[in-house]
Ligand binder design. Sequence first.
Ligand SMILES: *Cc1c(COP(=O)(O)O)cnc(C)c1O
Length: 513
Amino acid sequence: MNDINTAGWRPSLGTIDGAALPDTVTGNRALDLQEPLLFEIGHADRSGVDFDDVEPDVLPTLPRRAARVDLPGLSEPECVRHYTRLSRQNYAIDLGLFPLGSCTMKHNPRLNEKVARMPGFAAVHPLQPQSSVRGALTVIAELADWLVRLTGMAAVAMSPKAGAHGELCGLMAIHAALDARGEGDTRRVILVPESAHGTNPATAAFAGFAVAGIPAGPDGRIDLAALLARLGSDVAGVMITNPNTCGLFERDIKTIADAVHAAGGYVYCDGANFNAIVGRVRPGDLGIDAMHINLHKTFSTPHGGGGPGSGPVVLSAALADYAPRPHVVGDETGVRLVEAAADLPQAFGRMCAFHGQMGMFTRALAYILTHGADGLRQVSDDAVLNANYVLASLRDVLDAPFAGSGPCMHEALFSDHGFAEGFSTLDLAKGLIDEGFHPMTVYFPLVVHGAMLIEPTETESRAALDQFLGAMRSLAVRARAGDPALRAAPRHAPRRRLDETLAARKPRLVWRG
Ligand SMILES: *Cc1c(COP(=O)(O)O)cnc(C)c1O
């Protein structure tokens, strides 16, 4: 008797062109195992432990529940199998090429993991006496030094825990600097290009600024004239991504930075795309005042499963004094943590309770030290080379709206222009799932219709890229020809097309049988 089906679960295998898919009794297909929810497998009479029932009177009256919680009871093997089966439905960088644009899904060298798991780093507690964590503090100080040198900036705030958190840190530093100048109440606008990542305007709004959009020019870069025209005494600063989310280097960045500074504002750079320029360009030389570095992107910490992230923010001399507490300081007495407000009178506050993500600092430093300065330069060279290989290999079958603007940086951008009537970027992305690839970033950036943003990263081999490109070419040809089977993709995934909007807007987070 099959347990899964008696639990009331029905596989939904769907149809192709009206015909039911060939089915199995279990819904499984060889090693592709279907998996119901824990609540559907569990029964109140099962348990992984054999504690005696609690006598109701030993519990005080107050916290006693009126109704049963109805947690699903599972045996240990049921529980282990559930999570193991779910884990097999994940796509991961350790399984294959992960072309998500803007996310820098590169291989994470195992050496980083080995170092991060050393007990002296992995088991430290943030409240340990400083004298017992000198090694950990030294790692933070050394990583900070590398980040400052690689970016050509004056200081770095290590504690922000993601790129978006770093954006907030940078804008709060800008706000603090404006307050110190007596302009905190008058400069309330942040200029954000239309191609920006959604976190940029969201962060500016969260930090209390008004957001003014700056259009892109026909070449996919910031419309310089529009930006210059908007500068004024109400502008606190700009948030620029360089290279931008169209995969293009903003060549006018120095002109923009000089003009923003002359108008009394600051330049925030979204550094998520640092992988394209690390070792080649120092943002400090471009006039940047603050930039977050996604350690989980550029410096190879596993990500994509929801965390952890780490977003240290490098700061120019103009903003360095406002960096949040704590600071790790190295001097003749050794490395120590400075966190008393009295010692850092201009610090705008704290970004989080303690020092930041120790495990990610350790991984990032291991990655940087194993690559060295020349290896990091090679990272960006190869990342850009791979992206241009993708761009050049697909241009004849996919519309590349800005390919006329010259080579791309570390990601290649395509549009749905030329697809048959009724066929969309979504169809191609779903087709990629059938081919065994995680889809690229779709419908971002917004400045391109049906955008497909592909970031191969430097860690993919020519052979891996060729296999991916073969799949992409075939799908592009099918989308242009209007192959109806593409609209039924994915056929081979555990589920067909889901209503992602409904799932995002009205998630059902509570199980009610
Ligand atoms: C990833 C990303 C961010 C946000 O970083 P998180 O670490 O996810 O918060 C911001 N901007 C761009 C361009 C990104 O790719």
